[in-house]
Design a protein. Structure first.
Length: 265
């Protein structure tokens, strides 16, 4: 049997196994309201909407989404769907929310993390568009290589100032200022919340390795991490990675069970 056929067979068996265990997940393609829809609700990008201190019409666009009827039916039946039925089907039209409106289901989204609705705020959208126009689509490398710009530093400084430089809430790092002196920066940008949690868990674990003789901590020198069994996957993955580096001891307690936690402590 050819290698490609073996691979296809292996992938098929793995997917079937995941499906039987109810572990098969898929992406959920959503349709977001566009500029025209927002203007129909009385939203504009004029200066009178620059404030952030009260609810505005565009705030609902963060939670108002639409999905295609075929995708919606698959969700209800717990059938995996990556959106192929709409990309290659007849749901997509030039006017997605116009002539084909009857093919879409409107939903309220409660699972996102745009808690303040800033992604659709006119001032934020305008600033993002202006930044892309003036500077392009971002750095051409990782922060440690060539991707750390003045704009990243300005954002970090602004966030640290906003939070009054509360050290416990940020990862500390060292940079060299323009006079060659070392200075502390009390905010570190991460691309996602997932990467931030993973990085923090690994960094905590590395403290034990850095301070141990030979960079190999003995049991009493390792950092003990106690984690709720329902903690987010980003936290669990970070702890597991630190554990593989033999720098932490990992203990899991039952969800919100302080008695179990006390026993482990």
């Amino acid at each position: 049997m050819e290698v490609s056929n073996l691979w296809d067979k292996w992938v098929g068996e793995a997917l079937s196994k995941l499906d039987s265990l109810k572990l098969l997940r898929s992406l959920r393609p959503l349709y977001l309201p566009n500029e025209q829809q927002m203007s129909n609700t009385g939203v504009s990008g004029k200066e009178e909407y620059e404030v952030f201190d009260e609810m505005q019409p565009w705030d609902r666009s963060s939670v108002n989404v639409s999905i295609s009827e075929p995708t919606y039916r698959k969700w209800l039946l717990e059938i995996p769907s990556s959106g192929d039925e709409i990309v290659h089907g007849e749901c997509l039209a030039d006017d997605t929310f116009g002539t084909s409106q009857h093919q879409f289901k409107r939903l309220l989204l409660f699972s996102g993390n745009d808690y303040l609705g800033l992604s659709s705020h006119p001032a934020v959208r305008r600033a993002a568009a202006e930044a892309a126009r003036d500077y392009g689509m971002g750095p051409r490398g990782s922060p440690l290589i060539c991707g750390y710009t003045y704009h990243h530093r300005l954002l970090e400084s602004s966030l640290a100032s906003l939070k009054k430089k509360e050290v416990l809430e940020y990862v500390w790092k060292m940079i060299v200022n323009d006079k060659g002196r070392m200075m502390l920066v009390d905010c570190l940008l991460c691309p996602t919340g997932f990467s931030a949690n993973m990085a923090l868990m690994v960094a905590l674990g590395n403290l034990a390795s850095l301070l141990a003789a030979g960079n190999v901590p003995v049991k009493d020198e390792k950092i003990a991490i106690f984690s709720d069994e329902l903690n987010h996957a980003s936290i669990i993955d970070g702890i597991r990675l630190a554990e593989r580096q033999r720098s932490v001891e990992f203990f899991v307690y039952k969800h919100c069970d302080m008695s179990h936690l006390r026993a482990l402590l």
